[in-house]
Design a protein around this ligand. Sequence first.
Ligand code: MG
Length: 447
Amino acid sequence: MISVSGVRGIVGGALLPEVVAKFSAAFARLTQKGVVVVGSDTRTSNQMFRYAVFSGLLSSGSEVVDVGICPTPSLQLMVEKLGASGGIAITGSHNPVEWNALKFIRSDGLFLYPEQGKKLLQIYAKERIPRVKWDGIKEVHQNTLAIENHLSKVLKIVDREKIKKKGFKVVLDACNGAGALISPQLIRRLGGKAIELNCRPDGIFAHPPEPIPSHLKQLSEVVKSEGADIGFAHDIDADRVAIVTEKGDILPEDYSLLLIAKFVLSKRKGLVVTNLSTTQALDDVAAEFSSSVQRTKVGDIHVSRCMKEKKAVIGGEGNGGVIIPEIHYARDGIAAIALLLEYLAEASEPLSTLANKLPRYYMVKKKLQFAKGDFSLLKNRLEKEFKEEKLDFLDGIKIILKEGWIHIRPSGTEPVIRIITEAKTRKEAENLNQLAVNQIRYAEGRR
Ligand code: MG
């Protein structure tokens, strides 16, 4: 699957080394043969793709800095630190083991903006990308500082002494991904006891890697049996983090952003940025501190970009991807852990109590087969049907009702539409979802 945000696919299926090498050669042209920093998560297919990325970059005249295995946010910070022209992250992120992907990074450490992604695709689509001759081939340099650079930045934004005094007992489930190399160290340097769960960075995943509640039962058990204060789980490239309370309760994914937003806003008022499909609870938290929430299209780059442009104080997505501007405008599961431990150190209550105090909503997500070209017909119908309600057309259509909201958008990568609804009770959220499905089926029948 090729899109403006990168290329991903099944290893040995559509994602082949020759595809990866050609994309890397195209990226060398896009970044005008500058220095490109390359890093990867722990997937076993990465050895093969790393050499393909190096070949592609060198063949088109780039100089390469290889930072090895590290979380995607650590790599993004290294691009900035080294003043490089860009970066390539080889990571399948939260996807199952058979997947892998390339993510392309700008000189400021953010992922390519859509207009740059489009340019990259244009270069890639050319039959022959210009290559250098034998005397134009530059070198690959090794650099092992990505983890330490990231750690030292994160340690600077929290009150270390305050956290150290608590001596937290923390279970960290890295799913044998890149987070294993950094988060246990972070916890120890904050005076905590790190109990490592699935922290062999060998890319053999102990459970499905997406940090969603159904995959975190083992973490919950270990938090309880060890009597820990908190448990964290990363996806394979550690830009996301999910949380388990001291009671072993697995918090919904969006609680990472909610808890951190509450903590950050209690110290500093300011704008919060998230996408249209993230929980309404974030608006409630922001309102508590007289702050407001700006919504963007779905996709982390839209959130990053808006945060940077509007100088937001906190933001991210409901999937556990939190963006902390003091570090950078990128999702960062490691910085999120540091802030959550600081929050816990400052609060006089255990995590389960802090979580219980958050506003509670219920979300229902569905996916329906739908031909992409037909969305405008559906949109017109929904617009007429819900003309009395507040409507938002930034990304698909979002209908904001008294009892909750409905967000309907066509997928960028599959012939499906996604229907997300949220309300104060599960029943209401399900009713809203059914209402949307009925409208879509009716519109289809009319086609
Ligand atoms: Mg990820």
